[in-house]
Design a protein around this ligand. Structure first.
Ligand SMILES: [Zn+2]
Length: 246
């Protein structure tokens, strides 16, 4: 007598989809309960499929799945949000795809992905909100991802003298701020407002993350630092990065 597969309810977002033949799709889901998982959506490409709208990237909601022979199969979806506003604007959709790819790179099966899910949700809302430039949303998102991963740079104390740094440099070798007088190697200059911005992003709750704007000068320092920091922290080129507008 075989064991009957039980329905599992998971909450999350579709990170990516891949067509399988004429009718089916393979989905990668980021879920609160099971971390990053692969789910097969049979018949999802057929016109009359109940998954025709739901088996797509950005779709957020409650997914009913069954585990059979070591793989998950999609049974039903109760969609909370399609984030259609993101798909309607090309540039915004490029950023949103980049965020999905970035999270997908770090997420794993059976990992607690609650913070990733909340960060994606807040970042999509920030992209839709016209108040904050998309390119700034991107760097805030990246720094917060490193923070969630426990890989945030040290942005308070100088690596050399351990005193607070209000104005100075960022040392890529030490992954830490440094005073001008304490600096040893080639570093990236950071003014007081930029250092404060980094501190804010690292310490803010996810719901308060996108509540500020910066001058162009601060943006440029922040961008330069994050572009370099990402390069040393992530030994991988995201496919969606080439589509981002500066
Ligand atoms: Zn110092």
């Amino acid at each position: 007598m075989g064991i009957k597969a039980q329905d599992i309810i998971v909450n999350g977002i579709i990170l990516s989809t891949m067509d399988l033949g004429e009718a089916d799709k393979r989905l990668v889901l980021l879920t609160k309960q099971l971390g990053k998982i692969t789910v097969f959506a049979y018949g999802a490409k057929r016109q009359k499929s109940p998954f025709i709208a739901a088996a797509n990237p950005f779709v957020c909601g409650e997914f009913s799945i069954v585990s059979t022979r070591g793989a998950y199969r999609l049974k039903s979806v109760r969609c909370d949000n399609y984030f259609r506003e993101l798909m309607e604007e090309y540039n915004k959709s490029c950023y949103a795809f980049y965020f999905l790819e970035f999270v997908s790179y770090f997420a794993m099966e059976n990992m607690d992905c609650t913070d990733y899910l909340n960060l994606l949700y807040q970042s999509f809302k920030a992209l839709i909100n016209e108040e904050i430039p998309d390119k700034l949303v991107r760097y805030i998102f990246e720094l917060k991802m490193f923070t969630i991963n426990g890989e945030a740079p040290e942005v308070y104390k100088c690596f050399n003298c351990q005193e607070d740094v209000e104005n100075g440099y960022f040392s890529l070798i030490r992954k830490c701020v440094v005073h001008q007088s304490c600096a040893d190697m080639k570093n990236i200059p950071l003014g007081p407002s930029t250092i404060y911005t980094l501190q804010y992003i690292i310490s803010a709750s996810l719901s308060r993350l996108y509540c500020f704007k910066v001058s162009n000068e601060v943006y440029l320092e922040f961008k330069k630092m994050m572009d370099e920091y990402r390069r040393i922290m992530v030994n991988y080129t995201f496919k969606s990065e080439v589509f981002l507008t500066e």
